[in-house]
Design a binder for this molecule. Structure first.
Ligand SMILES: [Zn+2]
Length: 365
């Protein structure tokens, strides 16, 4: 196990930025989804709050965002309700059992799906696949694996401070009859908000109190570096401020690993960097069965497979992310592995097949 580097004091702006973030979710919503020049504030902001959500007072939601959200929500895919909190898919992998728990969903404008590609080209591909051409609805699929003596959660959802349409994981865990205190390990694919921020509960203490948390050393190093702010567009400084805040709270329970290491018997990390500098996937082998937990190595059910060279707005290293997608798809199609993806539909479980010179996602039956 690599030695544990002590906590590096965050960027001086981190605490202020985090505070501001917590207090002004309206601005966060706008800034997160308006980093592309094609994205217009308000009209492209497609999040709305749950009707029963009283976490943020009415005055905190920007009117422009609210109007935009209302208009787009009416035209787009139904948003999750608390009633949707549940295990949405499951599978057996040899002696292990897998449940997929929902943390809600995020709707992204098409302009964020393929950086530098004319929107009309993206829309053509979406239309041919029978998908909406104005926005894409992403689920947040959190895998929970029972393997031997371990109960392993892969990523944590977005928690209560990210977006009003996310943060359902605690309800899903409860609905599945699982005691959070029984989770023995939490393995992170990367430290973006929708994967990391749910690691803390409403008291800002670890939501899985008895778990050991695991993160790739390269991912930890990227986010705790005081210079990380210079590597991100200003609109995404909240990602770094939030990551530093959560990682600081988790540090006493967090171990760092390197790709290739076996975390527990039958479960190893593999290098899938590009989406973030330390992004990893996890390979589970039990008996003759296997499973790959992919996180955000593949994020769209059509574009990631037909055009793996198209980088999303959230790929930190676009060329490396594309190279990772291509080599991963080649391997997954060849090995016919069961995969668990964080943002694909219907729980994100399925397999990869070759289709002409590209690939397609085949959801698990
Ligand atoms: Zn994600």
């Amino acid at each position: 196990m690599p030695s544990v580097r002590r906590w590096t004091p965050p960027h001086p702006a981190a605490d202020a930025a985090t505070l501001s973030l917590w207090e002004r979710v309206d601005s966060l919503v706008l800034s997160l989804f308006c980093v592309d020049s094609d994205a217009r504030p308000g009209s492209e902001t497609v999040m709305t709050r749950r009707d029963d959500d009283t976490r943020f007072g009415p005055s905190t939601l920007d009117r422009r965002a609210f109007l935009g959200a209302t208009a787009l929500a009416a035209a787009a895919i139904a948003l999750p309700s608390p009633a949707a909190a549940q295990a949405i898919a499951s599978a057996r992998i040899g002696a292990a059992s897998l449940q997929i728990l929902s943390d809600g969903g995020i709707t992204l404008p098409v302009s964020m799906l393929a950086r530098g590609v004319p929107p009309a080209d993206v829309q053509k591909v979406l239309a041919a696949a029978g998908l909406p051409v104005d926005a894409t609805r992403n689920g947040l699929n959190v895998p929970l694996l029972s393997l031997g003596d371990d109960l392993v959660l892969f990523d944590c959802g977005a928690g209560r401070n990210f977006l009003p349409t996310t943060g359902l994981l605690p309800k899903s865990i409860e609905a599945a009859g699982i005691d959070p205190a029984k989770v023995t390990r939490v393995l992170f694919t990367h430290a973006h908000p929708d994967h990391l921020w749910g690691a803390l509960d409403e008291f800002d203490t670890p939501a899985f109190p008895n778990a050991t948390y695991h993160m790739a050393a390269a991912e930890w190093d990227f986010w705790v570096d005081p210079q990380v702010f210079a590597k991100l567009p200003e609109e995404r400084h909240a990602f770094a401020a939030g990551a530093q805040r959560v990682l600081k709270a988790l540090e006493p329970q967090l171990k760092r690993f390197r790709p290739g290491e076996e975390i527990i018997s039958g479960l190893a990390a593999i290098d899938t960097r590009g989406h973030t500098p330390g992004h990893v996937s996890f390979e589970v082998r039990t008996g003759s069965d296997s499973l790959m937990i992919l996180g955000d190595a593949l994020t769209h059910p059509v574009l990631s497979f037909q055009h793996p060279d198209w980088a999303t707005a959230f790929d930190q290293e676009p060329e490396r992310a594309a190279a990772t997608r291509k080599s991963l798809l080649d391997r997954l199609a060849g090995d016919k592995l069961l995969v668990s993806t964080y943002h694909l539909p219907a729980g994100g479980l399925g397999r990869v097949e070759r289709q002409g010179s590209a690939y397609r996602f085949v959801p698990a039956a």
